[in-house]
Design a protein around this ligand. Structure first.
Ligand code: CDP
Ligand code: CDP
Length: 243
């Protein structure tokens, strides 16, 4: 394609997509887009407007009108993106238990997906981007040069999420008590089930994606695997630009 390369990273909740995608982007000097934050932003709007999860038309209208703005963190480049929806900073609010429990039902609605996918395609049209989510390699950019499917067992993913919540509750707490690992694992499993069984672009590995099982692997290890894939790909298609 007539654009810079795209790295598509998909996989279930807690596989390490956001952490790894952001570091890969920093290392390679690429843009980074967390598409899950966009679906979470819509879920936040729906929750704030008190709209029922079954009201497809109202949800589609809210999605159409939502102004979602993802920015690199103003003061700490190591942080995940800052997320603004309709001018409100929702960076913390979109990670709440409540939004998390609603997001997969909202993300299953075809109109919501259509609206967000076209925004994601517009944001990535020049390439030079690491985009992560559930359907990037299968649907948003099926021609992405590098496709990675990150996985890990549910237990491992729940353990990570738990550790993350404990760390957060010691610093900037959002006031929510930290749940047991078993409760977190159940919530993750429910979301995985919804994400893999929905009708429109469900979570699945693209046929040409490389699976990276992150169980027991360090973040740096996974980042190196993806950076190496990218460098191998770019130098093989551009032999004169070898460094
Ligand atoms: O960070 P975590 O893996 O918990 O989730 P996320 O990436 O923030 O995504 C939240 C939810 O948005 C997912 O459970 C999916 O329901 C939905 N999503 C999606 O449907 N398609 C995407 N490309 C990204 C997220
Ligand atoms: O975006 P996604 O939901 O796939 O996962 P994440 O939010 O990037 O990662 C969930 C947690 O797992 C983070 O706290 C990471 O630091 C941690 N993690 C890890 O411990 N080992 C890895 N290889 C990858 C992520």
């Amino acid at each position: 394609p007539n654009r810079k390369p795209i790295i598509a990273i998909d996989g279930p909740a807690g596989a390490g997509k956001s952490t790894v995608a952001k570091l890969v982007a920093q290392e390679l000097g690429l843009l980074y887009l967390d598409t899950g934050a966009m679906y979470r932003g819509i879920a936040w709007v729906v929750q704030t407007a008190n709209v029922a999860l079954t009201d497809d038309r109202a949800i589609a209208e809210l999605a159409r009108q939502a102004d979602i703005d993802l920015r690199p963190h103003a003061t700490d480049a190591k942080q995940l993106l800052q997320v603004f929806v309709n001018g409100v900073d929702v960076t913390t609010a979109i990670r709440s238990k409540d939004v998390t429990s609603k997001v997969s039902a909202i993300a299953a609605q075809p109109m919501v997906r259509e609206i967000l996918v076209s925004q994601q395609q517009a944001l990535g049209k020049s390439g030079g981007i690491v985009m992560e989510g559930r359907d990037i390699g299968t649907h948003v950019f099926p021609d992405a040069e590098i496709k990675v499917f990150l996985t890990a067992s549910v237990q491992e993913r729940a353990k990570r999420r738990h550790a993350e919540l404990v760390a957060q509750s010691m610093g900037l707490s959002n006031g929510e008590p930290v749940e047991d690992i078993t409760v977190i694992a159940e919530a993750i499993q429910t979301r995985d089930d919804l994400d893999t069984t929905r009708t429109v672009s469900p979570l699945r590995k693209a046929d040409d994606a490389i699976t990276v099982d992150t169980d027991g692997r360090s973040i740096n290890d996974v980042v190196t695997v993806i950076v190496d894939l990218y460098i191998a790909k770019v130098t093989s298609s551009n032999p004169t630009q070898k460094q």
